[in-house]
Design a protein around this ligand. Sequence first.
Ligand code: IMP
Ligand code: MG
Length: 185
Amino acid sequence: MSEKWIFNDIEKILVSEDRIKERVCELAAAIKSDYKDRDILMVGILNGAVCFYVDLIKELDLYLEMNFMRVSSYGVGTSTTGEIRIMYDLEVPLTGKDVLIVEDIIDSGVTMLNLKKLLLNRGAASVKSCVLLDKPSRRVVDVDADYVGFKIPDEFVVGYGLDYAGKYRNLKFIGTLKPEIYMND
Ligand code: IMP
Ligand code: MG
């Protein structure tokens, strides 16, 4: 009834809570079989990857290390590859480590491409990526994720870590917002 009820803002659900849970287990199984004899450094990208990261590591019975980064993308703008700014950095050396970047979504690809380059330059033995969502039609640079939860169309989505104006990250599903939510800004 309340006007401020969060579900009132949702237009449609794109990926349900059950489907997310199922897919997280499938991704964990693939990662486990690929990394079975190796230790992984799981690099979570704040804030968007938090829900996905926490659920994923709980399904991974491997020796793994947790660390986080927060980056912001300058977008593509003037240069062809864009750039990223590091707002919060890793606390561990990467030399010789097998790194798995865990990110909420790969959109233009600018963030992922630059992150991969950066972590390889710091001496990681390997850098792979696992993303919950992929919008392939939006790509402007040549990069793909190694593990993808769901490919989605070019629609702005929120929930399960993804935000609009800092909100909606706590939803258990992935959905789109009603158009009036954007118009009120
Ligand atoms: P990229 O560098 O363009 O691939 O941007 C990836 C970042 O853009 C993600 O980490 C998200 O923070 C943000 N982003 C892209 N699409 C969406 C969306 O549909 N909802 C929420 N955030 C998004
Ligand atoms: Mg993000």
